[in-house]
Design a binder for this molecule. Sequence first.
Ligand code: ASP
Length: 343
Amino acid sequence: MTTTSRYRAAARMIAAIGAVSLAAACSGNGGTTGTTGATGGGGYPDRNITIVVPFSAGGPTDTVTRLIAEPMAAKLGTKVVVQNVEGAGGTVGAGEVSRAEPDGYTVLMHHIGMSTAPALYQDLGYKPLESFQTVGLVTEVPMTVVARKDFAPATLKDLVAHVKANAGKVTLANAGIGAASHLCGLLFQTAAGVKLQEVPYEGTGPALTDLVGGQVDFMCDQTTNTSGQITAGEVKAYAVTTPERVKSMPDLPTTTEAGLPQLQVSVWHGLYVPAGTPQDVVQKLSEALKTALADQKVVDQMAKLGTAPVPAEDATPQAHRTKLEEQLGTWAKVIADAGVKAS
Ligand code: ASP
């Protein structure tokens, strides 16, 4: 199955959800609509660059960002600082970067949530294609279905049976409306035919801490966050949501093998700068991204976390924009059909 057809499958699943009313804090106002970038970043960079992560420290988006920050800094010859601006499924941090100076010193790392938010949030305050300039894709990460260690169900099939029988009691953690964990959780609920009590966090870093601590029952999250705890036996893992197993966790079945083939989703990530950023600055950032993704340490570390860098040709502004356009179209229709809204 290609990436696109996987998303289409996910899209069809969400469309089947029907009217779901969801509440979430919505932030962001006065987003800027930038102009096409001019040239003019000759001396760039001559000071620190900040990459904003729109989720909590220690979570999957944060982890991937910190992995590439160092080799990007080495290539750019400056310091790259990672800053967490969390809230509302990643829309608070994205909004902040959309309003930043378009000078290449404020960069955003975001994921699939960039393409789902416009359909979910009424007053987003930014427009993905107009408020941002794409820099390049970074990675596409499989997700896993994980539960607290002492949660009763032993297999994915058991989990489905258990949540059906205990729908009012089971808690499902996520990182807010539009976060990857939220979308994957919706797919799970659709596949299982249940509506569960969702517990939103500002990122799945703290959600995983609570899962290990037994405060919530289960969640869907990226291997970049869960593989350490799965391998250490600190959480119970049911399946990986991609067609193939993940090399670093060869014993973990796919959702298809575990009897829930409808649950297919993986999470693409990309770097953005505010629209209007000079094109030569965007180019320098994209080159630095490519260098970071080719770094053996990054490749090895990502492999350990169950993922891989995108091919070099995808770490470009154009490939990233094409992906974003395609994904915005897919999710807008799906979410409208499903009637899912953040309010
Ligand atoms: N990426 C995660 C999600 O969408 C959140 C995080 O990075 O903390 O659920």
